[in-house]
Design a protein around this ligand. Structure first.
Ligand SMILES: [Zn+2]
Ligand SMILES: [Zn+2]
Length: 82
């Protein structure tokens, strides 16, 4: 019988608290409408998808353009204010 190596139980079980490298303010970055430079809540532009011109479920995306859910997913653009 050799030496039985104990399971990882000897390690402290504390989770590693590490913040992602991004600056905290990046999370609060306000995406503005590319047309009027206002946040989605204040934007009064006619909101339609920049790809298909559809108006259903259109939301402001990270690039300041409006997308319907289908096109946004197809272009892989995250929502501005998720
Ligand atoms: Zn606007
Ligand atoms: Zn669309």
């Amino acid at each position: 019988m050799g030496i039985t190596i104990p399971a990882i139980s000897c390690r402290p079980h504390a989770p590693q608290v590490q913040f992602p490298p991004e600056a905290p303010m990046a999370a609060r970055q306000q995406i503005l409408c590319a047309q009027c430079d206002k946040a989605e809540d204040y934007c009064t532009c006619e909101k339609y998808c920049c790809i298909c011109k559809g108006m259903e479920g259109v939301r402001l995306a990270m690039d300041g353009l409006y997308y319907c859910p289908d096109c946004r997913e197809a272009c892989d653009v995250p929502l501005a204010n998720d």
